[in-house]
Design a protein. Sequence first.
Length: 460
Amino acid sequence: MKVIKIGGGCLKGKKNIGHILELIGKRGRGNIFVVSALNGVTDILIDGMSKALEDEGNIPGIISRLKSKHVLIARHLISADKFYKKFVRDLSRTLSEIERLYYGLNFTRELTPRMRDVISSFGERFTVELLVSALRCRGVKATYRMPHKVGLLTDGKFGDATVNLRKTRRNLQTHLGPLLKEKMILFIPGFFGVSEEGDITTFGRGGSDYSAAVLAGAMQADILEIWKDVPGYLSADPKFVPEAQLIPILSYDEAAELSYFGAKILHPRTVEPLRTAKLNIAIKNTINPDAPGSLITPGSPRSKNFIKSVAHDTDIGILKVHSSGVGARPGVLALVAGQLTESGINIKSVVTSQTCISLLLELKDLESGHLALKSLRPRPFRRLEKIEDMSLISIVGEGIVKGKGIAARCFTAVAGCNVNVEMISFGPSRVALYFLVRNRDLKNAVSAIHSTFFSVPTHQ
Ligand code: ASP
Ligand code: MG
């Protein structure tokens, strides 16, 4: 049995979705599909919340956008009147539930984390209803189960929930096992679960990958397949490096590092539920489903030159906290990190020296992070600096920390194109080396490193 996750990126346009439906019909019997919202739908739901707060007059427009997005696809894929009408009826019922939630928001003037999670979870629910109706209309046996009805249990942390794997395994085996025996095509919406208190809790943006991994681990699947609109992991971003190569095989840790800072192919926590079962993950391209793609395994053969990929992330904002002796004075880091966490800001990474703590944030959080730290009393720092025009480069590969001369080769390449390296982190991760460069130097640095390590194709 396979668990197959279908990403929102490929659930786009009636032609593509029609093609995916055919693939499901051909390869789906007895397997579990975990699906994302149709492309753009989660964004509409989330933007809708601030629009609804602003003015209730915005609400009908949001609802009709959601409706027309799904109806347009349904009209194309569900040809029989009976099935089409039922789909539209169910859709309208769910939409009026969402409409009530938006009016509630406007009335109470308050967007709670609970409300945010409930509203953003609806996209995935629409997708399962759409795909199941379309398959049934073609005479294919398909059904779905909602995560909150089958006990996909979380720790209750809104927006960033973690699954209780032990209890969830038991619940899912009870509820889903019999359906699989009947060789059904079974759909589960990704992205959310339910807390012990009965609240819908999401796993953060892109969290359907994590849902799929939970299902694969809990149901002891043979493999987790992730269907996407890209061929797999590449040795660099092809926009910068046109000769970038597909990475045929990589380890859990390499994939996790690349998910965090580099190519956003997977949700960073996808490998967690798979570690004990040691399941493999195959990244498949829906446009070319028989191509090998990338395979992620618990360990992976070390590549000859150690490096699998040169990734980069431009969504980086840096807060530099200058204070003498931060390395020796206890508590400064805890104070600063505590203040950011309280303001709901996620710290992507930290680099410290004796005189400065550098906090890497998402760009969107830089301004509010800066304000949050400025308001700390008494001030635990001398000066606060905010930097927005930098990007992070990471070179990733098993054994990179042990391989001799890798850092030297990397920085020689960067220096060779006259690029200044601003901050380096090497060692905290066993499989990655990180550093920062100015945005204007990013492209040159990435392609120089790539040609140093990949000029001969040795990473097979
Ligand atoms: N639809 C959700 C998002 O856009 C979850 C996912 O697609 O994985 O973040
Ligand atoms: Mg995704």
